[in-house]
Design a protein around this ligand. Structure first.
Ligand SMILES: [Zn+2]
Length: 420
């Protein structure tokens, strides 16, 4: 993880050297162009016309981004105490910015109620986890690959060194692709880099007006929360974004379509790929990591090995090429490879492991984890704060929050609640 810090320092050095060397009037670095990724022009503030460079005053170089430090929780540190207990793991989907659009009684309303939380609920969940002493750790720091006694590679659970009295928490976010169905249902459309250089969401409010905000999507909300409560993330970790590829990533349509394709579509795809790169870079710089959720959100328990191989390669080509290699796989639908991945190690599991995956994450009723003995891999389950568990699993989540304090009963559909 420390390599991000050194990368940042290197970038800052290059940046300042470039700024010193640039002739006056020139932008200090081409990378600043990536900081205005807003998807459309603002008619109120049109860009100024280019002037004669000779007549221009020397420009102030754009402020470099605030340094962001990422450190390794497995290193002993003065005042930090070892933790070998359970590492809790919560996962979210993108959050609902406008409940009036999500819960409008259409065909998707109950699904959104089941699987998502609203912005208000999410804010309260983060606050409650923080108040209860949880601190964020990155999933890739919890287990490591090492040589076992027989010389074969094996996964081990790392000891984490935490500030006294704190408990570790992994966050992951599935389907942060901003699928088209999400857009008409009150969720953000895409991530962008706002004028302040920070990750924001872009979308439309119920009146159809464009909104750029850091308060309407799970990712910038967590960024802001950590800015306001730096002790929530003592190592700089945020969450792991679990990406499919079939509708692009992070709101950018970077996918191919094998049935219907032409040059114009490919040109647009390449434009989208370029546009998402600075977003990925800024997310990585500020503690976010990436995992695979398969390209097509496919069922790993029932599809053929050939189909799974083709899907995995497509994810590598279309998504991995943008976000980098990953060792983390999040099962779509929570469906386990070969039907049961902790009793057997079947051909699908072996194939996925051979492609570099080491942490295989499903969904369950506790933050269970199991290091496999016959292959270098760990399986883990995640808890899922969403409408289903807010309504029906209050007790199981009390260590994080009380559903009674969290759930927006008034804005959600009038469906059964077990604790009322
Ligand atoms: Zn999913």
């Amino acid at each position: 993880m420390r390599r991000f810090t050194s990368l940042l320092l290197t970038l800052l050095l290059i940046f300042s050297l470039a700024a010193c060397a640039a002739p006056s009037g020139d932008p200090p670095s081409s990378s600043t162009e990536g900081n205005t990724a807003a998807p459309s022009e603002d008619p109120e503030n049109p860009a100024p016309e280019p002037e004669d460079p000779a007549a221009q005053e020397p420009e102030e170089p754009a402020a470099p981004p605030e340094p962001y430090e990422i450190s390794d929780p497995t290193e002993e540190k003065e005042g930090y105490v070892p933790w070998n207990g359970v590492v809790e793991h919560l996962f979210f989907h993108p959050v609902i910015a406008y409940p009036e659009l999500a819960f409008d009684g259409d065909a998707q309303a109950n699904g959104l109620d089941d699987f998502m939380v609203t912005v208000d609920e999410y804010n309260k969940i983060l606050q409650s986890c923080y108040d209860k002493g949880y601190v964020l750790v990155d999933i890739a720091d919890v287990w490591s690959e090492t040589a076992g006694e027989d010389g074969q590679p094996q996964m081990v659970r790392n000891t984490l060194y935490l500030p006294e009295g704190k408990k570790p928490l992994i966050l992951s976010y599935d389907d942060t692709n901003y699928y088209p169905y999400m857009l008409e249902n009150g969720l953000a459309y895409k991530l962008i880099i706002g004028e302040d250089g920070k990750i924001a969401s872009w979308g439309l409010d119920p009146k159809g007006e464009e909104v750029i905000s850091r308060d309407l999507d799970a990712i910038p909300i967590l960024d802001k929360f950590v800015e306001e409560h730096p002790d929530f993330s003592p190592f700089g970790a945020k969450g792991c974004l679990s990406l499919t590829g079939y509708e692009g990533i992070l709101g950018y349509r970077t996918q191919t379509d094998t049935k219907d394709w032409d040059e114009a579509r490919e040109a647009n795809r390449q434009k989208e790929r370029e546009a998402v790169k600075p977003i990925v870079e800024e997310l990585r710089r500020t503690g976010w990591t990436f995992g695979s959720h398969t390209w097509g959100h496919i069922r790993l328990g029932t599809l053929s090995l050939e189909t799974i191989q083709a899907d995995t390669e497509r994810w590598e080509t279309e998504v991995g090429s943008l976000v980098g290699e990953t060792t983390i796989l999040f099962y779509p639908h929570g469906e386990r490879p070969d039907g049961n991945d902790w009793k057997n190690t079947g051909p699908v599991f072996r194939y996925l492991q051979s492609k570099g995956f080491r942490v295989f994450a499903s969904v369950g009723i506790e933050s269970f984890s199991f290091i496999k003995k016959d292959i270098c891999a760990v399986i883990c389950d995640r808890l899922h704060p969403d409408g289903t568990t807010l309504r029906h699993s209050r007790d199981r989540y009390l260590q994080f929050y009380d559903a009674k304090d969290i759930m927006d009963v008034d804005v959600r559909p009038q469906r059964e609640i077990d604790w009322s």
